[in-house]
Ligand binder design. Sequence first.
Ligand code: COA
Length: 159
Amino acid sequence: MKRAVTPGTFDPITYGHLDVITRAAQLMDEVVVAVAASPGKNPLFSLEERTELAREATAHLPNVRVEPFDGLLVDFAKAQGAHALVKGLRAVTDFEYEFQMAALNYELSRDLETVFIMSPPQYMYLSSSIVRELASLGSPVDRFVPEHVAVALARKFVD
Ligand code: COA
């Protein structure tokens, strides 16, 4: 069984993330989307909210499940019985940071391979913070996130 983990903060999940998850699900038998607590990032959505939004966004993918996690990614991957981390690469600017994380994770766990999937051009500029900023300014975000995420964002900025 080829099981992979696709980690992130998913604050909130975007079509860019979904593209990576969908393509990972085509390559692997099972994909676990790992939603990191990431307290240092001060997320807009709680861990429970981010997990629920990601679950709804991936409900149509039968070999994908979504789990929240706290602590080290390599420990989570090991506990899940995963042998690969799948991450999206949007542009050269992502590379150095991803290279460092992949090298560190390899150092922490030799059994875990990091695999990168290139983002298609239409998602290269996309990030959760851009989506949060657009929503906070009242701009429509339905081109960038699924409908239930757009609704959740609108609620955050109205409340
Ligand atoms: N499409 C669209 N956006 C993408 C994307 C894609 N394919 N891939 C990444 N992004 C964006 C995210 O939306 C996010 O945007 P923002 O910062 O503007 O909001 C940004 O890229 C960073 O993504 P994030 O989800 O925060 O992931 P990360 O690459 O910073 O790593 C973890 C997050 C959870 C993988 C990492 O912090 C981790 O492993 N944490 C656990 C603790 C640990 O093990 N630490 C040691 C790791 S070496």
